[in-house]
Design a protein around this ligand. Structure first.
Ligand SMILES: [Zn+2]
Length: 262
């Protein structure tokens, strides 16, 4: 699943392709917005908040979320698309550019004044101009008994972390992902680490994970122990391999000892 840095970089790419240009065609291939027509509207801004993306014209804000498979691509007008046409959900065309959102998880066309309804429930955006570390700590602290590996995924606490970065952040802080939030040795430092990791991934790509996806293949870069993966959420059915890969958390059993064993 794409995480905050992917959405941030997607917004930057769409900004370069669209901002300042006028739409000569708009095509929303979702029933609810099929009749929306933004022809003549000038794209003013493209922004991200956590994993949410906004393309703003004077009248509307096109809110999209990539969810599992979504991706935005830009093409020169007339250029062949690199994804199946049937998966296109939004097509925005200017004089020279076509921006296509494929397999998007969410598509909404909101009035600009209503845009906030898409993000009101979210915690501070790790990659946003108003990142507020103290607020993120405060929100995480409300879930004192929850495993930190799950609390980091909850976008209401802080916005932008997915499965890859929660593993990395816990690893870098030497915290076992099952540790309850209240028992994390320095929650503020962990939140700062989250901000550092996401910022680095968004500003200096490509970024390579240290533990995510490395179970059984490469040892821990710090101590040489074999990296372990397991689902943290006990509701995940063991038979659902895709869900398990998506929800599995990677850690070093030596550097990140299980809570209660130290
Ligand atoms: Zn280790």
């Amino acid at each position: 699943m794409p995480e905050g840095d992917t959405v941030y970089l997607t917004a930057a790419r769409l900004r370069r392709a669209l901002v300042g240009k006028t739409l000569v065609r708009s095509d929303f291939r979702v029933p609810r917005y099929a009749t929306v027509d933004l022809v003549g509207e000038r794209v003013e801004q493209v922004a991200s908040y956590g994993k949410h993306l906004f393309i703003r014209t004077p009248r509307a804000s096109i809110h999209t979320h990539l969810k599992m498979e979504g991706v935005w691509r830009t093409y020169c007008v007339g250029e062949r698309w690199t994804r199946p046409r049937v998966t296109a959900r939004v097509v925005l065309t200017t004089d020279d550019t076509e921006a296509v959102g494929f397999s998007l998880g969410t598509v909404q066309v909101l009035a600009r004044a209503e845009e906030h309804t898409a993000t009101d429930h979210l915690g501070p955006d790790l990659l946003g101009p108003n990142w507020d570390a103290a607020e993120a700590v405060r929100r995480l602290s409300r879930h004192s008994e929850q495993p930190i590996g799950l609390a980091l995924l909850d976008q209401r606490n802080l916005a932008g972390i997915g499965n890859i970065y929660r593993s990395e952040i816990c690893y870098l802080r030497r915290v076992h992902p099952a540790t309850p939030v209240r028992a994390v040795p320095d929650l503020a430092a962990l939140v700062d680490e989250a901000h550092r990791v996401l910022t680095r991934a968004a500003t200096q790509p490509p970024w390579r994970p240290l533990v995510y996806g490395r179970q059984g293949r490469w040892p821990c870069p710090r101590c040489g122990t074999v990296i372990t993966v397991r689902p943290l959420d006990s509701t995940t059915p063991a038979s659902d391999r895709i869900t398990q890969r998506e929800r599995g958390i990677y850690f070093c059993p030596r550097c990140q000892p299980e809570p209660g064993t130290v």
